[in-house]
Design a protein around this ligand. Structure first.
Ligand code: PLP
Length: 402
């Protein structure tokens, strides 16, 4: 059984009813999307069990199960303690709190990412300093990070993203964090199952964050997970995530808390999905390889990765080469007219009006991220896309270069 819907396309459109809705749903099914949930049979089994045991309240066997299964999945040389939460953003927020980020504390942060990476820094009164990317992975440039440490020696932490499921240059970044004695928070929201030098994304820093949002490689419809190295840190995050209730017969509070726990029902979806994670990854790679092959003779470059890393290929992207006049926005528009969803590269944070006052550090030359943003686009990477459907995408892209 495959259930599919797009979470991005229906936004802002009027509510439809009855026949109109059915027609719309049929069209929806024909639409080729960037990345939508792919469901299997097992998810319903876990949900059913939650219903049968009337274990609908947050917390319960599916939350415990998902935490244990993810801990097993990411386990390498070290054990990791996992905490199931309502979203990746909630997990990032608790990671920022665990790292001790408070009022006025600077965090050196990936610049080309989704805003959810940055917002939790600001929730805690921290100040993001954006760090430019390199061309090898489109992730934080260690050379720019070193500059950022020189310019902001008082920085308290580094927030690192693996964009589109492609691992960053982690060893160089880790070495800089160690040299400056700051924590590394790893936003692995897009990169579950990707590995860097044999180690899984989410376990490469001091704190790891995974997202199970509907568009990610596996989903709980909405949810996230925090990974910590010590049980005491996991316990502290659990305390904050459950309204900061002190141990007392009555509700006793010494700190501000949050309601951030994952529900036992949606955790069941995650357990079923996890059984298909490697299969999802392989199908994502297949999508990427088909594009790579189909565009081999065009003046375009697929999103790059390091030889010793294994991306999860969550999104396939390309940049139009510098000497070529084709405008990515024109490609996106034409695909849109054919009911195919494509998107610009995530707009860099230093270009966002809301972060206009934040510092931005490059390695020295012009901003890599502005260049990638100007020349790039995200291609449909849905693993339910048939070869024929991907062929339609490929034909339209190719038509711009003929
Ligand atoms: C999706 C995403 C998040 C947020 O995760 P949610 O579960 O949607 O809150 C954070 N960072 C990145 C890079 C993401 O892609």
């Amino acid at each position: 059984m495959l259930i599919s819907f797009s979470i991005w396309q229906i936004q802002g459109e009027p509510k439809l009813r009855g026949k109109e809705l059915r027609t719309r749903m049929e069209n929806t099914n024909k639409r080729i999307c960037l990345s939508t949930p792919t469901m299997h049979e097992e998810e319903l089994g876990y949900i059913q069990e939650a219903f049968e045991k009337n274990w609908i309240a947050p917390l319960g066997f599916n939350c415990d199960g998902l935490e244990n299964e993810i801990a097993d999945y990411v386990k390498g040389d070290d054990d990791w303690h996992t905490l199931a939460l309502a979203s990746g953003t909630a997990a990032l927020h608790l990671a920022v709190k665990l790292a001790g980020i408070g009022q006025g504390d600077k965090v050196l942060c990936s610049d080309m990412t989704f805003s959810a990476t940055v917002n939790p820094i600001v929730y805690e009164g921290g100040i993001p300093v954006f760090v430019d990317s390199e061309y090898d992975t489109w992730n934080m440039d260690p050379v720019a990070l070193e500059k950022a440490f020189e310019q902001h020696p008082d920085a308290k932490a580094v927030m690192l993203v693996h964009l589109y499921g492609t691992p960053a240059k982690v060893d160089e970044i880790r070495a800089l964090c160690d040299r400056h004695g700051v924590a590394l928070i790893e936003d692995a929201a897009e990169s579950l199952s990707a590995t860097y030098r044999g180690r899984k994304c989410g376990t490469l820093g001091d704190y790891g964050v995974i997202s199970f949002n509907g568009n990610k490689i596996i989903t709980t419809s909405g949810g996230g997970m925090l990974l910590t190295k010590e049980k005491s840190l996991r316990d502290k995050a659990l305390f904050w995530a459950t309204q900061a209730r002190e141990n007392a017969p009555w509700y006793e509070h010494k700190e501000i808390g949050y309601n951030y726990r994952m529900s036992n029902v949606v955790a069941g979806i995650g357990r079923g999905q996890l059984k298909h994670l490697e299969e999802h990854r392989d199908r994502k790679e297949q999508v990427y390889r088909r594009y790579e092959q189909a565009f081999a003779d065009l003046p375009v470059t697929m999103n790059p990765y390091l030889a010793d890393s294994r991306p999860n290929f969550w999104l396939s992207c390309l940049t139009v080469n510098r000497d070529c006049a084709v405008d990515p926005l024109a490609i996106i528009r034409r695909l849109g007219e054919a009911n195919i969803e494509a998107r610009p590269i995530w707009k860099p944070m230093h270009m966002q009006p809301v972060f206009a006052t934040c510092a931005f550090v490059t390695a020295g030359g012009p901003a890599v991220n502005e260049d990638v943003f100007a020349r790039g686009l995200c291609l449909p990477s849905d693993i339910k896309m048939t070869e024929a459907e991907q062929g339609r995408v490929i034909d339209i892209v190719r038509s711009f270069f003929e």
